[in-house]
Ligand binder design. Structure first.
Ligand code: DQA
Length: 146
């Protein structure tokens, strides 16, 4: 099974950004962890990160043609307001799992309570840190594996 993980804006600065919220583990550590866990699950994994909305769309649009069976998407702040990414998720014929490291609903800023991607994704996993991505991969395996 081939899975694409797309990480959105500001996730590249994990480890130094808001460490009280996200902790000190770096983005490089997240990538290493994801590849280690994917190997255990026998998943062929590609992990991409971008700070640009259109680049998220390009990755989504090409995922099926590139042979991926499913997508794990942490669209970061775009999750709260990007109808373009919402439409992009609907436009692809692949299951997409929405992941957040934190639980945005537990955070103080009201804008985080809205997640425009939730209803177009097959599931939303939040507040589980790095492990949430592994749960998402397992979910896709159940969903897709024949
Ligand atoms: C996030 C939560 C979002 O609210 C925030 O904008 C992010 C990261 C998370 O993984 O917890 O950048 O998606």
């Amino acid at each position: 099974m081939r899975i694409l993980i797309i990480n959105g804006p500001n996730l590249n600065v994990l480890g130094t950004r808001e460490v009280d919220v996200y902790g000190t583990a770096t983005y490089a550590e997240l990538e290493t962890y994801l590849h280690t866990e994917a190997r255990k699950l026998d998943v062929a994994l590609v992990v991409r990160q971008t700070n640009y909305e259109g680049a998220v769309l390009d990755l989504l649009h090409h995922a099926a043609a590139e042979g991926f069976d499913g997508v794990v998407l942490n669209a970061a702040a775009y999750s709260h307001y990007s109808y373009a990414i919402r439409d992009g998720v609907k436009a692809v014929a692949l299951p997409v799992v929405n992941v957040h490291l934190t639980d945005p609903c537990d955070r103080s800023e009201p804008f985080r309570k809205t997640d425009v991607l939730k209803s177009v994704c097959v599931a939303t996993i939040k507040g589980k840190g790095f492990a949430g991505y592994v749960d998402a991969m397992r979910l896709l395996m159940k969903d897709v594996k024949r």
